[in-house]
Design a protein around this ligand. Structure first.
Ligand code: NAP
Ligand code: GLV
Length: 309
């Protein structure tokens, strides 16, 4: 009998840790839910009341990513099921990718690469392929949590000035250490030359960047999103990239993944990545191991390492 089911293949270390409890892999997980006490899952697995009703013995949903908007936490709480996630271990990889998108947006990498591949590079041209400097520009961060702070730390050596807006203001000490200035939301929108999103998707943050916010952004500014697609009204973003004020964007996440707004696909001033923020071998292994350790803790009668509220 399997006390644990996983919706995705686990690395060897996690299999070794969990095998003694009985483990069913991705091929048979749905069928084994009836007996399962632990579910390891991903952001592409909707964990709702209907699924939980098929898993009456479940004690833990170990979500092997950091975002957990796909898990009905109310339904879990009502059934006494612990929900865990994998914070910290993916912070650097995701912040690295945000920085890559900031650089790509500012230097117009997708348009330049597309042009070269289309045979339009006829040699070095003084006024060709001009992007924008990062040095001296203002980076706005929405959501100054683990990843937002890691992006602020990366932006400083590029000479960027950092402003931020977040649900909770940092201590004066932390603001000074990061060199980050607190602003209200309107200030963030009005002053950011590059705006990078790092808040979770919640009812409060859905469409934070809507048509009105986009209209109020600086002419020639850039938007980068490595958080969740639905923080942005994608149709309004297409308009802002096509008609201004945005000069470009870098996106790793989309409102209706895996669907991409068709307008985005045709714009040369957007870098589009397939949700790869944490996609390094080392980081994904750490995420799977942390999810496995949460399951091991709960099934061994200990407290979960990373419970979410
Ligand atoms: P985190 O440490 O919880 O940081 C989130 C920050 O957003 C916190 O400072 C939080 O404020 C703030 N926030 C929450 N609600 C807000 C609101 N209504 N308005 C303004 N700020 C708000 O999370 P993290 O580890 O940095 O991850 C952030 C998000 O990145 C995740 O939720 C996930 O969706 C996304 N992510 C994406 C990838 C990817 O592959 N692209 C990888 C990892 C994570 P408090 O301090 O008050 O809580
Ligand atoms: C990935 O998107 C995550 O939330 O970890």
């Amino acid at each position: 009998m399997s006390r644990i089911v996983t919706t995705f293949p686990l690395p060897d270390g996690a299999i070794e840790l969990l095998r003694p409890f009985g483990l069913t892999g991705p091929d048979g997980w749905r069928g084994a839910l009836t007996e399962a006490e632990a579910l390891l899952c991903l952001l592409t697995d909707r964990v709702d009341a209907e699924l939980l009703d098929r898993a009456p013995r479940l004690r833990i949903v170990a979500n092997a990513v950091v975002g957990y908007e796909h898990v009905d936490r109310g339904a879990c709480r009502a059934r006494g099921i612990v929900v865990t996630n994998t914070p910290d271990v993916l912070t650097d990889a995701t912040a690295d990718l945000a920085m890559a998108l900031i650089l790509s947006a500012a230097r117009g990498l997708p348009g330049a690469e597309r042009s070269l591949r289309a045979g339009q590079f006829h040699g070095w041209g003084f006024w060709d392929y001009l992007g924008a400097d990062l040095n001296g520009k203002t980076l706005g961060i929405f959501g100054m949590g683990r990843i937002g702070r890691a992006v602020a730390r990366r932006a400083a050596p590029f000479g960027m000035r950092v402003i931020y807006h977040s649900r909770t203001r940092l201590s004066t000490h932390d603001e000074a250490a990061l060199g980050a200035e607190w602003v209200d939301f309107d200030g963030l929108i009005a002053r950011s030359e590059v705006l990078s999103l790092h808040a979770p998707l919640t009812p409060q943050t859905r469409h934070t960047i809507d048509a009105d916010a986009l209209r109020r952004m600086r002419p020639g500014s850039f938007l980068v999103n490595t958080a969740r697609g639905a923080l942005v009204d994608e149709a309004a973003l297409v308009d802002a990239l096509r008609d201004g004020p945005l000069a470009g964007a870098g996106l790793d996440v989309y409102e209706r993944e895996p669907e991409i707004h068709p307008g985005l696909l045709h714009l040369p001033n957007v870098t589009l990545l397939p949700h790869i923020g944490s996609a390094t071998r080392e980081t994904r292994t750490r995420m799977a191991m942390l999810a496995a350790r949460n399951v091991h803790a709960v099934l061994s009668g200990a407290s979960p390492l990373n419970p979410v509220p």
